[in-house]
Ligand binder design. Structure first.
Ligand SMILES: [Zn+2]
Ligand SMILES: [Zn+2]
Length: 261
């Protein structure tokens, strides 16, 4: 008898990497872990998944970094897709900041008008998380810390318990040195760079970062690789070059690209 062992890998598939308002064909910062955990929904991640050969039916968990529109707008699409396909499945878990996630999921469900259309009432399990708390979901252990942003945000550290590989996603944040401690030695840091190749000015009331900030955090943390996301597409090359001058192992993921950690 031949027994084939399936190789266990930790993978990330980037659905979108654009800034708040994406250009045609692109989407805002959104990715999938191990083909089954979606992190931020972009504007239309259900369609992006189908574009890249991933079924939204396979998504078990949605992690929302924070409840600004460009990070949750795709949620009603996903819930609608699950209802239309009518596959028997456990409730989809939706993890997000304790301050906002229940309200936003409620609004997403309201948009589907379940009182008028009872078939469009997807079962969900809402998991509110206060920054600093940890939890386990499926094969993932998740640690969180707060971000510097106008709404409550979760910077996530995901550890795949099957492979012991960790990586960090900042969500939206101003330069925040505690993230470097939090991300110490991880395989990958996915850091926002909304300001492209420049750091924001002192005022920075929108609470975002630029490539120099991301590079600094990656360098202090001693991570293996830095991925810049949420960066204006017309300045991504300059942003990568600037970040590489601080932290050489920087790249900008392509939409639809899958990487193995
Ligand atoms: Zn954003
Ligand atoms: Zn934001």
């Amino acid at each position: 008898m031949v027994i084939t062992m399936e190789k266990v890998e930790t993978t990330i598939t980037f659905l979108g990497t654009a800034t708040c308002v994406p250009d045609a064909g692109h989407d805002t910062s959104s990715f999938i872990i191990n083909g089954r955990h979606l992190v931020d929904t972009g504007w239309y991640s259900a369609i992006k998944m189908l574009n890249y050969g991933i079924s939204p039916l396979d998504i078990e968990t949605v992690f929302i970094s924070h409840c600004h529109h460009d990070h949750y707008l795709g949620l009603p699409h996903i819930l609608f897709y699950l209802c239309m396909k009518k596959k028997e499945r456990p409730p989809i878990k939706i993890v997000g900041p304790a301050s906002d996630i229940a309200r936003v999921v409620g609004l997403a469900k309201s948009l589907l008008q379940p009182e008028r259309f009872p078939d469009v009432d997807p079962p969900v399990e809402i998991i509110p998380v206060v920054p600093g708390k940890s939890l386990d979901v499926g094969e993932l252990h998740i640690d969180t810390i707060k971000t510097i942003h106008p709404v409550e945000g979760l910077c996530y550290k995901f550890t795949d318990r099957r492979t012991d590989i960790s990586f960090v996603y900042t969500g939206d944040t101003a330069y925040h040195p505690p993230i470097a401690d939090f991300a110490k030695g991880v395989s990958l840091l996915i850091h926002e760079a909304s300001h492209g190749q420049n750091s924001p000015n002192e005022n920075n009331r929108h609470g975002h970062s630029g490539a120099p900030d991301a590079g600094r955090i990656a360098k202090i943390a001693g991570v293996k690789r830095l991925a810049l996301v949420h960066c204006p597409l017309n300045s991504i090359q300059q942003a990568v070059t600037v970040a590489q001058s601080i932290f050489p192992n920087t790249f900008s993921p392509e939409d639809g690209e899958t990487i193995k950690l």
